[in-house]
Design a protein around this ligand. Sequence first.
Ligand code: SF4
Length: 254
Amino acid sequence: MQIPQHTMTQGLIFSIEEFAINDGPGIRKTVFLKGCPLRCAWCHNPEGLFGGPQIMHGRDGDELCGRFVRSTELAASLLKDSDFYTMSNGGVTFTGGEPTMQSDFLIEVLEMLKGKVHTALETSGFCPEPVFRRIVGLTDFVLFDIKAVNPEVHKRYTGVDNALILKNLDNLIRSGKPFVVRIPLIPGVNDSLEAMEQVHELIMDAPGLQRVEILRYHKTAGAKYPKVDMEYNPPFDTDAEPQIHNIFENSIVL
Ligand code: SF4
């Protein structure tokens, strides 16, 4: 691979998962980028929230969570076994954390992968619009998370306003890019029929929408929090059974 000299930005990743089957089409390699501006009360990846390296306590002692890698190095390693992923109509998925937080790094990697391996981005959509449009333009597929359409509910449970997120959902729809919407189903937060109808209203006419994935909440994520010195105190009933209003034409509950 040609390595352009100017593309040497470093990024911080905290995991790479092989053979992922729920992160976009086919079998995929999923790269987890560190750092997220949201603080969703149910977040399953607390080790991905802080945007720097940190100590993680494990059964076998402490280890460093977060590894710096050059864009060229990551792209080269992802291309090395891309044939295998391409055979299953899969590819590479970037998630986090919120991968667009490391936009310069992500853009460089995506530019190096473009046309060589199928790429997907999982995002909360919380990203400056021009950056979001640029990244979507370089990506083959998007997994767009929608937590809540109601701004008060969104702010209360994620810590941020959702106006920018909804603008980027609109940017994504206008781009025509194939995408799935992912809804983490949180009991008492966004599992009402009204909440689902609000999402439905936003996406029902989107030409690129492939399907809706409803992700069940798992309280097992709480076990990870003490490992990064965080407390897990979600302000909802973690034992409640969520209501499932599957009103979407093409959808799956995972
Ligand atoms: S956007 Fe994703 S990574 Fe960020 S806090 Fe929410 S669930 Fe966690």
